[in-house]
Write a protein that binds this ligand. Structure first.
Ligand SMILES: NC(=O)c1ccc[n+]([C@@H]2O[C@H](COP(=O)([O-])OP(=O)(O)OC[C@H]3O[C@@H](n4cnc5c(N)ncnc54)[C@H](O)[C@@H]3O)[C@@H](O)[C@H]2O)c1
Length: 267
């Protein structure tokens, strides 16, 4: 689907990858609705949108709030006469803790946002997308969604669930007007750690890589928009995600051990 002049909803549009997706789509003359629970982050996205700010609507809301998301789709349909694309990007990581040590509240929060938030939005927006001649859904999983990462096993389980949810959705929608892309980023240089309520650690990406090794969210957003245009079913972002995808298929035990050795000092 050509994205130019289309109407998109992006979750987590206040920071990191979501913000770059919003800005990228605005530059392609799209109308964009950016949803985030962080109001000041949305204000910054709006400021960065500059001359395109008139085509941006920011909505402070939690993606797990079913009533708010239902109102949102109604409002978008009313305002724009339909919606062409949904990008399920909002997500959080867990504290670097083993399954034995992590507290039940953190586990619940991770699954509620990463899995249930994504599922809510798919359920609520899909009927509207299916009315369009062409439409697209992007679901952001993670390298941790196909490769076990010690200290991030709960996050990984939530993102593995997003992977299967998204791939199952793609299968169910084959032959319809709605395309689906599942995205597997490796380490990106964003503030996801602080935004997940885990304090600042600007020197390292969430999966334990140095800032130098992490992928720029600006480039990641470009790749995702291109994947929508080519109706690509899966997108691996960064050398780490591509290499580990290959290695995990070849030798899962070796791949898991390599990651463990890299990040075990964090636990
Ligand atoms: N940063 C990485 O290295 C990395 C790697 C692999 C996958 N990912 C995934 O990419 C996506 C984007 O990550 P990012 O690094 O840009 O993170 P980020 O923290 O920079 O941005 C995420 C945004 O989502 C918002 N958000 C979180 N929970 C929300 C909720 N319940 N309702 C509404 N908004 C909510 C946050 O306020 C934040 O603005 C996430 O799904 C993440 O899991 C990130």
């Amino acid at each position: 689907m050509r994205v130019n002049y289309k109407v998109f909803m992006v979750t987590g549009g206040g920071n990191g990858l979501g913000r770059e997706l919003v800005l990228n789509l605005l530059r392609k003359e799209c109308k964009v609705v950016a949803v985030d629970k962080d109001k000041s982050a949305l204000e910054e996205t709006e400021r960065l949108a500059g001359e395109y700010a008139g085509a941006l609507i920011t909505v402070e809301a939690d993606i797990t709030n079913v009533a708010a998301m239902k109102d949102l789709v109604d409002n978008i349909e009313y305002q724009y006469d339909g919606i062409d694309g949904v990008i399920n990007n909002a997500g959080i990581i867990q504290p670097f803790k083993t399954i034995n040590d992590i507290d039940p509240d953190s586990i619940d929060r991770i699954f509620r946002i990463n899995l249930m938030g994504t599922l809510n939005i798919i359920k609520i927006f899909l009927p509207s997308l299916l009315k369009q001649r062409q439409a697209h859904i992007v679901n952001v999983s993670s390298m941790g969604g196909f490769l076990p990462v010690a200290g991030q096993a709960i996050y990984g389980a939530s993102k593995a669930a997003v992977k299967i949810l998204s791939e199952g959705l793609a299968s169910e929608l084959s032959g319809t007007s709605v395309g689906v892309t599942t995205v597997f980023p490796g380490a990106m240089y964003t503030n996801i750690k602080a935004n997940s309520g885990l304090g600042m650690d600007a020197g390292a990406g969430p999966e334990g890589y140095s800032a130098d090794a992490a992928f720029s969210p600006v480039r990641a957003a470009k790749l995702i928009v291109k994947a929508i245009e080519y109706n690509k079913s899966r997108l691996y972002i960064g050398k780490d995600a591509k290499t580990m995808n290959f290695l995990y298929r070849l030798n899962p035990s070796l791949a898991t051990k390599l990651i463990y050795n890299k990040i075990r000092h964090k636990m």
